[in-house]
Design a protein around this ligand. Sequence first.
Ligand SMILES: Cc1cc2nc3c(=O)[nH]c(=O)nc-3n(C[C@H](O)[C@H](O)[C@H](O)COP(=O)(O)O)c2cc1C
Length: 160
Amino acid sequence: MKTLIIYASTYGYTEEMVNKMVVESNHNFDSINILKNKNIDLSKYENIVIGSCIYVGQINKELKKFMMIYHDALIKKNIGLFLACAFEDQFNTHLTNNFSQDIIDHSKILVNLGGKLQKEKLNFAHKVLVNMIEKTKEGKKPVKTFENRTLDIVNQFYRA
Ligand SMILES: Cc1cc2nc3c(=O)[nH]c(=O)nc-3n(C[C@H](O)[C@H](O)[C@H](O)COP(=O)(O)O)c2cc1C
């Protein structure tokens, strides 16, 4: 069964993780960046993996739009969801705030791949925002990357 990963990435970490999954699947997975290609034909694929980076609690708005338009088609497929969520404790909140409950319940796998704060690449507004978001009374929230978790997704869908 064929697998398609549909994703959004602003500064490249999510894309890096998607490319890693494509390689780990021996190129059996196809991938589409929703910010570059919105004409998506799901009919060739039984498995659809959907993922986004998180900015101020929100997945990318183009991906959100895609989820609404394709909801009925997606619910008939094997699906998996992942987020690039730098602050691990926020993962469940970000999932439930950004995806409908039936899509979450239908997903075979829900994975946080963590995130990277590439401060040298951020635009001014993002620099200001991220300084506010990561600040805590004690210092800074830890940013975590979970790059090895791509294998959980690949193993779930590689032979499915
Ligand atoms: C302005 C800004 C806001 C962010 N907001 C959140 C957030 O609310 N929750 C979170 O877990 N990570 C947050 N992050 C971290 C990103 O999700 C992380 O950097 C991710 O790796 C970005 O993926 P990308 O490189 O594919 O764009 C934020 C990062 C920036 C720059």
